[in-house]
Design a protein around this ligand. Structure first.
Ligand code: SAH
Ligand code: SF4
Length: 369
């Protein structure tokens, strides 16, 4: 790509209007371009027939639309699909589509790898390379809409929900993620309702507070432990932002809309965080918080030291939390046979933290001992 050309997929509505203003074009032209890209899936400026020849030429000189290209695609028995998408620097990220009876959810990545090193997460053990751009985040939606419609556009292939639950910690790539989510919700782009776009975070408290100021997407918090001692171990960012601060931010998050709740995700790790005592602690921790709980069966990956709790244990845990009045669901694991389930996304990239190397070395030492 010519370095002076902008990638048009990097622009949300405000960015697009500003860009058009800078070339002396009115806002409605920017709106039309958003529709061409995101609603009609057209990325060739020459095919944008309501633009004059001169404008199409100008756009071609100043901008490109860089699409992501799939290097690998898999479909699981349950219909879950996973794509490995190549970025222009050779790194790649994973995007997963999960069809259900009444909805179709796209699980989108926000970073190449992740810096945060949660012990039960495959992405975390793979290290970190870099943030994704707006174009690379919304590009996953742009790509998946087209890939799914090429399959015949069956009703169950429609994207009705997006969850920022792929690779990476979305709040550590704040501006790009917010712009991309704006496009997901923009009527000129994908037009998803605010409740159908979910940001999942491991608990970066200052950015949760920032998010509340600029976006009204649904919020999911990866809790995984009901006390600081255990959470420090499982979700190390807890050492920086302990539970008291995290819970306070969650209490305030939807203060202006009492009907909305924060979803707390809790991965079920056998003999680690799944006892009745922890269930009671969790119920106590969430007292007074507008909360829902989603229990996630742990998805194993090579080299992990954890196993998933028994189903009976998960049900007993659910029962205790429910009794305290908190709506508690058990997530159905999807796409297991293609490693497309939560925490199994790894992509293919250069790890700049060398964490993967250390993880594998530590495993060898442990296994040899
Ligand atoms: N970084 C963000 C979003 C990506 S992770 C976050 O941590 O919230 C998406 C969800 O998958 C999180 O709730 C995460 O804790 C969970 N997860 C990670 N590894 C998992 C595993 N091996 N099995 C089940 N869930 C996992
Ligand atoms: Fe990163 Fe989320 Fe995995 Fe933790 S669970 S390592 S924050 S992707």
């Amino acid at each position: 790509m010519n370095p002076e050309k902008i990638n048009i997929l990097d622009l949300d509505r405000a960015g697009m209007v500003a860009f058009f203003a800078s070339i002396g074009e009115p806002a409605y032209r920017a709106h039309q371009l958003l529709q061409w890209l995101h609603q009609y899936g057209i990325s060739d400026f020459q095919a944008m027939t309501n633009f004059s020849k001169a404008l199409r030429q100008r756009l071609s000189e100043m901008a490109v639309c860089e699409n992501l290209t799939p290097s690998f695609h898999q479909e699981a028995k349950d219909g879950t699909q996973k794509w490995l998408l190549t970025l222009k620097d050779g790194n790649s990220v994973e995007t997963v589509f999960i069809p259900e009876r009444t909805r179709g959810t796209l699980c989108v990545s926000s970073q190449v790898g992740c810096m945060l090193n949660c012990t039960f997460c495959s992405t975390g053990t793979q290290g970190f390379s870099r943030n994704l751009s707006v174009a690379e985040i919304i590009g996953q939606v742009f790509f998946a809409v087209r890939a799914l419609s090429e399959e015949g556009g069956r009703h169950d292939k429609k994207i009705t929900n997006v969850v920022m639950m792929g690779m990476g910690e979305p709040l550590l790539n704040f501006d790009a993620v917010v712009s991309a989510m704006n496009l997901m919700m923009d009527d000129l782009a994908y037009g998803l309702a605010k409740r159908r776009v979910t940001l999942s975070t491991s608990g970066v408290v200052p950015q949760i507070r920032e998010l509340a100021k600029v976006s009204d997407v649904a919020l999911a918090v990866s809790l995984h432990a009901p006390n600081d001692i255990l959470r420090n171990e499982l979700v190390p960012i807890n050492k920086k932002y302990p539970l008291s601060e995290l819970i306070a931010a969650c209490k305030e998050h939807f203060a202006e809309d009492p009907k909305r709740k924060v979803t707390f995700e809790y991965v079920m790790l056998k003999d680690v965080n799944d006892s009745r005592r922890e269930a009671k602690q969790l119920a106590r921790l969430l007292e007074g918080v507008p909360a829902k709980v989603n229990l996630i069966p742990f998805n194993p990956f090579p080299g992990t030291r954890y196993t998933c709790s028994n189903f009976e244990t998960i049900q007993a845990f659910q029962e205790i939390v429910m009794r305290s009045g908190v709506q508690t669901t058990i997530r159905k694991t999807r796409g297991e046979d293609i490693d497309g389930a939560c925490g199994q996304l790894v992509g293919d990239f250069t790890d700049r933290t060398r964490r993967k190397e250390r993880f594998l070395r530590d495993r060898i030492v442990v296994e040899a001992a």
